[in-house]
Design a protein around this ligand. Structure first.
Ligand code: GUN
Ligand code: ZN
Length: 450
């Protein structure tokens, strides 16, 4: 327990069952416990509930203010979507009939070009932030578009609705079939500088810029170098895509003949750091995974997208065996669902499909995948000192889950254990079961306007 040697006051106390992951246990279930949140949004204590009376004296809260969780309720950490294109939300659930490179030129670039129009951007960005928050995404790592002002607007909206976010203005200066949807290298560098400066100037507590080269085929070598320098000089996060489908891997070989591998392209341009997250990685070799481990770079596994546009199947077990940080991503709109619960299910499906192909493959457990969606995501974004599980001193990003809501998607039978209740929620639950969402101690769902 942290001593109350500061002037911190308690903003919330919950009593009941808490479910989270630790580096040692993929699922730890704390029953009959109490968790306190201070007025800075940090976890002040998490103890057995016999301590309630003494905690209330130490921290100066009334036991009558304690929020009691019901028999079919629990609190879990908020989920971390490590890869989502906010700008593609308008067509999510459609346009899944082409492979990556044709999909980008046919559907994606024409839609992303529309974000010059701030009214269009405002409508889609408001909807994607609300939809993902309601579905339990407390942290999102977003791609916006090449447009600086619309990307700043996405930052403003995540702050307004209270979602923790990394927001990236997309950088691309070549190989776009839509002529108006790319920038010159000089423009791209200047606009990236402006985006970072203006977003940091807002001093949003939970929204930060992320340097975002779209992927190697969209960027000249000089643009990649500039972006590596900007990120390293300002200690910023970096996000991009890597080895998503085989045609793309071959294309990168021809575009960067001096590089040993796709990973080597990013390594040579100083884009692999311990604040880097690369989406997909389905076709990375073991040698490339070693480079991810050595540089501390992370992979965002986006299984819905990988199946929906037939890119490949990432062997997550092999990535984890290489001690590479890994989180889950929805990759809207290559992935058709904005829900991290879907990302959990598709991760399990993909792992099982790999076991069907190779019975020696060690299938991921639902407990491990729960950890990937929470603590793993926080590690992938290098935010694990701040979020990811219920540890004293971390920010309180949490979901209140009720598996027994009226007309909900889950049926319960007698005497189901908390572990079974968690498994049913992960496999069958939806936003109806996520009754409250907290980010940094602030209740952000239900929305204040509803
Ligand atoms: N590679 C480069 N851009 C994209 C994108 O928008 N979506 C996906 N899935 N892969 C990409
Ligand atoms: Zn993507």
């Amino acid at each position: 327990m942290r001593q109350n040697d500061t002037t911190a006051r308690i903003a919330h106390v919950f009593r009941g069952t808490f479910v989270h992951s630790t580096p040692r246990d993929a699922v730890e279930i704390l029953e009959s416990s109490v968790l306190g949140v201070d007025d800075e949004g940090k976890i002040a204590f998490i103890e057995k509930d016999e301590q309630l009376a003494s905690l209330s004296k130490i921290w100066g809260f009334e036991t009558s203010d304690v929020k009691q969780l019901g028999q079919y309720e629990f609190l879990m950490p908020g989920m971390v979507d490590t890869h989502i294109h906010a700008s593609q939300y308008s067509y999510t659930g459609t346009a899944l009939d082409l492979p990556l490179l044709e999909w980008l030129n046919t559907y994606t670039f024409p839609v992303e070009a529309k974000y010059k129009d701030l009214d269009f951007a405002n409508n889609v960005y408001t909807k994607v932030v609300r939809r993902t928050l309601k579905n339990g995404t407390t942290t999102a790592c977003y791609f916006a578009t090449i447009h600086t002002d619309a990307s700043l607007l996405l930052g403003e909206l995540t702050d307004k609705f209270g979602q923790r976010a990394l927001v990236g203005k997309v950088c691309m200066d070549c190989n776009s079939a839509v002529p108006q949807y790319k920038e010159s290298p000089a423009e791209c560098k200047a606009e990236t500088d402006r985006f970072i400066k203006e977003l940091l100037k807002k001093e949003y507590p939970n929204v930060k810029p992320v340097v975002t080269p779209r992927f190697a085929p969209s960027c000249s070598a000089s643009l990649l170098s500039e972006l590596g320098e900007i990120a390293n000089n300002n200690k910023l996060h970096i996000q991009s895509h890597i080895s998503e489908n085989k045609e793309e891997v071959e294309l990168v070989k021809t575009l960067f003949p001096g590089c040993k591998s796709y990973t080597d392209v990013y390594l040579k341009h100083n884009l692999l750091t311990d604040r880097t997250v690369m989406a997909h990685g389905c076709h990375l070799t073991d040698e490339e995974l070693d480079i991810f481990h050595e540089t501390g770079s992370a992979i965002s596994h986006c299984p819905n997208s990988n199946i929906s546009i037939c890119s490949g199947m990432l062997n997550v077990r092999n990535v984890l065996n290489h001690r590479v940080k890994l989180g889950l991503g929805t990759d809207v709109a290559g992935g058709y669902s904005p829900s991290m619960l879907d990302a959990i299910r598709r991760t399990l499906d993909t792992s099982k499909a790999l076991t069907i192909q190779d019975p020696q493959h060690q299938t991921l457990t639902f407990e491990e995948v729960f950890r990937l969606a929470t603590l793993g995501g926080s590690e992938a974004l290098s935010l694990d000192e701040q979020i990811g599980n219920f540890v004293v001193g971390k920010d309180f990003d949490a979901l209140r889950v009720n598996v027994c809501v009226p007309d909900g998607p889950i049926d319960l039978f007698s005497d189901e254990s908390p572990k079974v209740i968690l498994e049913k929620f992960l496999n069958l639950g939806d936003d109806r079961n996520i009754t409250e969402v907290y980010v940094s101690g602030r209740q952000v769902v239900p929305f204040p306007d509803t």
